[in-house]
Write a protein that binds this ligand. Structure first.
Ligand SMILES: *Cc1c(COP(=O)(O)O)cnc(C)c1O
Length: 385
């Protein structure tokens, strides 16, 4: 007999660190944009593991690649070469327009690598980050994450200055002789789906060039088609000196990467950075299959189209608590004049999973494979709340 919901929760409460606020839902399996709980109830998933399952849950091509690779070679360490890592590195470099890649296992780890590289390459220690930025929870990544509540217990962190997002004058004023780099999300995710003005990043790029400051673009959340481009930076026509990706990279398999331009990448020499699992054969096979699916199923274009479709439908809702709807592709934020918990709970009861970020922003980040009919249902459920 499978354990009951209560038994599962009891084990979590007894044995797992109490660091997450979990919803009262135990998930058993998932396919495409639908997850199923242990009692067999289905939910349309507008969370997608927090912008991870871009190709949908358990995509057969990703499952097949993982199964095949697991039977052949899972892990050997970076003491050796593998074909899977070689092929994926070339693919990623082509997709991102960067020159070299360092493989790791998560977003925070990618950011750690980026900050270390920027420090080594610049010979400086301080970073400029944006207000409401989220870059992860390890100590380096936390030092450029804005939320006071996350940072405070762990200070002193590495030196960082926070400036308002979407304000180029503030960045210009903040850059000093001590500045190693500027780190930005091209669209802020955890901060509440904040899309900057069209010329913001281009101007930041110019300021960084003028002042010889490194620009780090954190695309952990916005990568792999999420915003209607392969990477969000393409909306703004710029390239960072360093770039981070993770979340949707492995089709659900944990994976991350830090990429850099050649002149910066060469500043990391043998022994400067490492990760035991980084780019192992299994994760690379998953990522390669994931990228193939995004290409073959036209998911980047689909993300753009469905994002517009969803925003139009949400805009047609007549609810006094809706303040603003914004986004690009299938990262859409609905800012409310109230906290979103009540709506998240009611939607879940009615078979729709939604995520709340920054307390009052409902964030829609479904699989890019979601159908119009499923999005219609999501909006219908919201309309009934
Ligand atoms: C989620 C996220 C991270 C951290 O990724 P983890 O895999 O949770 O460590 C970093 N940067 C951005 C922009 C993110 O959205």
């Amino acid at each position: 007999m499978d354990p009951s919901y209560d038994e599962i929760v009891r084990k979590f409460e007894r044995y797992v660190f109490q660091t997450y606020t979990r919803q009262p839902l135990a998930i058993k399996r998932a396919r495409g944009a639908v997850v199923t709980d242990i009692s067999g109830k289905d939910y349309i998933d507008c969370v997608a593991g927090i912008a991870v399952n871009n190709v949908g849950h358990c995509h057969p091509a990703v499952v097949g690649a993982i199964k095949h690779q697991a039977g052949q070679l899972i892990h050997v360490s970076n003491l050796y070469y593998t074909e899977e890592q070689a092929v994926l590195a070339e693919e990623l470099v082509n997709l991102t327009g960067m020159d070299r890649v360092f493989f790791c296992n998560s977003g925070a780890e990618a950011v750690e690598g980026a900050l270390k590289l920027a420090r080594k390459a610049s010979g400086k220690k301080e970073f400029i980050a944006a207000e409401h930025a989220f870059h992860g929870r390890t100590r380096g990544a936390l030092s450029v994450t804005h939320k006071e509540k996350y940072r405070k217990p762990f200070e002193p962190l590495s030196p960082a200055v926070f400036v308002p997002y979407n304000d180029t004058d503030a960045i210009r004023a903040a850059i000093t002789k001590e500045t190693a780099g500027v780190i930005l999300e091209p669209i802020q995710g955890e901060g509440g789906v904040i899309v900057p003005s069209d010329d913001y990043l281009k101007e930041v790029r110019e300021i960084c060039d003028e002042t010889d400051t490194l620009l780090i673009l954190d695309e952990v959340q916005t990568g792999f088609g999420r915003t209607g481009k392969w990477f969000a930076k393409e909306h703004f026509g710029i390239r960072g000196d360093i770039m981070t990706v993770a979340k949707a990279m492995g089709g659900g398999f944990p994976m991350g990467a830090m990429l850099a331009c050649e002149d910066i990448a060469v500043k990391f020499e043998r022994g400067d950075h490492a990760s035991t699992f980084g780019g192992n054969a299994l994760s690379c096979a998953a990522a390669l299959a994931n990228i193939e699916v995004i290409k073959n199923e036209g998911l980047v274009e689909r993300s753009r189209e469905l994002g517009e479709y969803l925003i139009n439908k949400l805009n047609a809702l007549d609810k006094s608590y809706i303040r603003e709807i914004r986004g690009k592709g299938l990262i859409v934020g609905m800012e409310l004049s109230i906290k979103c918990d009540d709506i998240v709970n009611k939607a879940r009861d009615r078979g729709v999973l939604l995520n709340c970020t920054s307390e009052s922003v409902l964030r829609f980040i479904p699989p890019l494979t979601i159908t119009k009919e499923q999005l219609d249902r999501v909006v219908e459920v919201l309309n009934g709340i």
